[in-house]
Design a protein around this ligand. Structure first.
Ligand SMILES: [Zn+2]
Length: 414
């Protein structure tokens, strides 16, 4: 199959005017100017006035919280929000989570996302939910220390067995010790050991809020008091969360650190040196009103930064009166608004190649290049304007979407 478009945006190479991509089966076999591509009897589709680019990759999501969108108003404190969502979750049934997961996957897919890194708090949904969507789902099994439950070793063994017994048909798996404050050092150690043994990635919410920062650095504050009251051992406090995780060997190029709002220069140096990947969630960041994300400092240190949606439980609807929806193009807009000096090309990398790299698939996802998976979206483009600018302005809906060489939302022409 040959796809021709006004512009091909390979992301890792300059835009190609009047470009074409040849696909065989699930993979890209040739990319270039339409006139330069070799003749063959491929089936040819002229997509017309569009940009053809890699499908977007959402580097952080909680699909099973989708239907909590708009339910929790922006809280006065981060700890209030955690307590509210814990209460909300207690009322949800298995089918609430399943319906929510499927709704979230559909929202991402229809807005041009072809791969998602998803945190799964209800692992019993696996493998049914995987089969419910053509999207690539990289599932991280969430691990939280809860008093009276299984031992950390048993918790991690269950997660490993769940993934071993249910191979993911179209994506990957990993472990997500939720956050430094919600896990014990034993649980973090067990998760790190299991991830290393299985060559899986780890994903963790790190240094998200001032409350977490104060708890670990100063052994004080609202989060410290709340967790101490609930009998969490506070023996791991007395240093920044990043230093704590580094000491226990959790930071590496197989680790995705989500949020990272509260970092000092030593933390940034550790993240850079260990090649830990960072994910920023612009709308969730705005919802909580966190301190500014240290974008420039992380970029200057050479850290790989991607964008994620986080969950709709911490997202405000862009238009009041409407429920929020999962849409990476909204995150792109929020990011561009908060960081107006970041070049559009760099922002486009944060939702494609950078997220693919964080998931360990930078050679086959997130770019249009020979041997990569044929995962594409289209964006209308009938001017000679900068295609990266067009990406920033796109609303998300109305894209054609192809995954593994198969149209999920087919183009109207061709
Ligand atoms: Zn999250």
């Amino acid at each position: 199959m040959l796809l021709r478009a006004r512009v091909i945006l390979p992301i890792t190479a300059p835009p190609i005017e009047d470009g074409a991509v040849r696909i065989e089966g699930e993979r890209i076999v040739e990319v270039g100017r339409y006139k330069d591509l070799t003749n063959s009897d491929s089936h040819e589709h002229d997509l017309g006035e569009v940009i053809l680019m890699p499908g977007l990759i959402n580097a952080h999501c909680h699909l099973d919280y989708t239907n909590m969108g708009g339910v929790i108003s922006p809280p006065s404190s981060f700890v209030d929000w955690i307590q509210t969502i814990i209460a909300l979750k207690a009322d949800w049934t298995y089918s609430d989570y399943a319906n929510s997961w499927i709704a979230g996957a559909n929202q991402l897919l229809e807005s041009g996302c072809t791969t998602v890194a998803d945190i799964e708090c209800v692992p019993e949904l696996i493998p049914e939910v995987w089969r419910s969507t053509p999207m690539r789902v990289h599932t991280f099994h969430e691990l939280i220390s809860v008093r009276g439950r299984q031992t950390p070793r048993a918790q991690v063994a269950e997660a490993v067995a769940n993934f071993t017994n249910n191979p993911n048909p179209n994506g990957g798996v990993g472990l997500s010790p939720h956050a430094p404050y919600s896990t014990s050092s034993e649980l973090r150690d067990e998760a790190t050991r299991a991830a290393n043994e299985n060559s899986w990635c780890l994903c963790m919410h790190i240094a998200e809020s001032e409350a977490e920062d104060q708890m670990f650095r100063n052994s004080s504050g609202e989060m410290f008091d709340w967790l101490a009251r609930n009998n969490r051992s506070m023996a791991d406090c007395g240093q920044s969360p990043v230093k704590l995780l580094h000491k226990s060997g959790m930071l590496s190029d197989h680790t995705i650190a989500v949020h990272c709002n509260e970092l000092d220069s030593e933390d940034i140096e550790l993240i850079a040196r260990t090649k830990t990947h960072v994910v920023h969630c612009p709308q969730s960041h705005a919802y909580f009103g966190h301190n500014p994300f240290p974008l420039k400092e992380l970029q200057n240190a050479g850290v790989n930064i991607s964008l994620g949606t986080d969950s709709l439980a911490s997202t405000k609807a862009p238009t009041s009166g409407l429920k929020p929806r999962l849409n990476l193009f909204d995150e792109v807009k929020q990011f561009a608004k908060a960081n107006p000096n970041t070049p559009p090309q760099q922002i486009s990398e944060m939702v494609t190649i950078n997220s693919a790299t964080a998931l360990g698939h930078g050679d086959e996802l997130g770019q249009v290049v020979t041997n990569a998976h044929a995962d594409f979206i289209t964006i209308p483009h009938s001017t000679n304007g900068d295609p990266y600018e067009a990406l920033l302005e796109h609303e998300g809906l109305g894209s054609s979407v192809m995954i593994n060489g198969r149209w999920i939302y087919a183009p109207l022409i061709g």
